[in-house]
Design a protein around this ligand. Structure first.
Ligand code: NCD
Length: 334
């Protein structure tokens, strides 16, 4: 895709070359993400951030990424505090906000809603999550994480085996990620989910049509092979439509014993977060917290360079950005 001036609404817009370009720019921006360098490349630019659903890391990392490029961030959070609570349409809201800003990031509870915002906006719109549909920037930071973690272990993404565990029906992060991973070669995907929360058929069919091997399971044991990535998810309670699911059964509880069963020392464990810490949830276990295979916080850190890369590409400052680097004047913590 042409990033300059474009909306980013779905991973369907991206080719493998596009993913590689975003990763290359993200790698170049790592010194800024790690506060070793500062840049004012987006000085004067304004990001309007509209989050109509709960968020911690996506909203703050988009805002931090834009600030670290030198731009300013203006936000409205929660449906009740925006004029949509007064009955304003998506089209009117989008047109109004696009008069105030150079780019928008939007999270909304309905699938397809962010595309409606984009349709009425005068400036580029980035989808920060639309219902159960898509979360393209999370998928990009997930692929960046897999690439970096694999490089450190002398592994390649092509031909690897990814195990997705949990709410594969309503988890938008896994929908975007499996589609993006299917741009790579000869992948194997094992999908472990309770029957009620299985991956939607159209996504499975798309991945199979691209020549990948898909194994679907509702219980352990999942596979005789060793998997390279365990990607686990939270039950998306807020999206359940009558499914009677209080928490996962122990089959879906990703803990040290689970990872040792399906993987080896080079397996990495990922989760888009938040993990559900309520007792019956059986979400990702804290018994893995000191395990070097657990990549979840390295994964969240990589949201900054990826989101900076997208802003830089869409707003046209990615070339030669290093020429603008200066040293920070404050004491930077490690
Ligand atoms: C996810 C989301 O909002 O889709 N979180 C995130 O953005 N990292 C996953 C979730 O809420 O479970």
């Amino acid at each position: 895709m042409e990033f300059l001036g474009s909306h980013l609404l779905s991973v369907d817009q991206l080719s493998r070359e596009d993913v590689e370009l975003v990763i290359t720019v993200a790698q170049r921006l790592e010194p800024v993400a790690r506060r070793r360098k500062i840049t004012r490349a987006l000085e004067g630019a304004v990001l309007a951030s509209l989050f109509l659903e709960a968020s911690t890391r996506t909203r703050l990392s988009f805002g931090s990424a834009f600030s670290r490029l030198g731009g300013a961030v203006r936000e409205t959070v929660g449906l009740t505090f925006s004029s949509m609570a007064k009955g304003e349409s998506i089209a009117d809201t989008a047109r109004v906000i696009s008069g105030y800003a150079d780019i928008m990031t939007i999270r909304h509870p309905e699938a397809g809603s962010v595309a409606q915002f984009a349709h009425a906006s005068l400036v580029p719109v980035i989808n920060a999550g639309d219902g159960a549909a898509e979360h393209p920037t999370q998928a990009l930071l997930d692929i960046y994480t897999i690439e970096e973690e694999f490089a450190a272990r002398n592994k390649r993404l092509d031909g690897s085996h990814i195990l997705f565990v949990g709410d594969l029906k309503y988890g938008r992060t896994v929908h975007s990620l499996i589609k993006l991973l299917s741009l790579y070669d000869k992948m194997t995907f094992t999908l472990l989910a309770p029957e009620l929360l299985s991956m939607p058929d159209p996504i499975v069919e798309l991945v199979q049509a691209r020549g990948h091997h898909v194994i679907q399971r509702n219980a352990l044991p999942v596979t005789p092979e060793q998997v390279d990535v365990v990607y686990t998810t939270r039950i998306q309670r807020e999206r359940l439509q009558g499914e009677q699911i209080e928490g996962y059964s122990r089959d879906f509880h990703v803990n040290t014993a689970f990872v040792n069963e399906v993987g080896d020392a080079s397996t990495i464990i990922m989760h888009p977060l938040p993990r559900d810490s309520t007792p019956a949830s059986n979400d990702l276990s804290t018994d893995l917290d000191a395990d070097p295979r657990l990549a979840i916080f390295r994964q969240t850190d990589r949201g900054i360079p990826i989101r900076m890369a997208l802003f830089a590409l869409i707003l046209g400052v990615s070339d030669n950005i290093e020429a603008t680097y200066r040293d920070p004047s404050w004491r930077v913590s490690p």
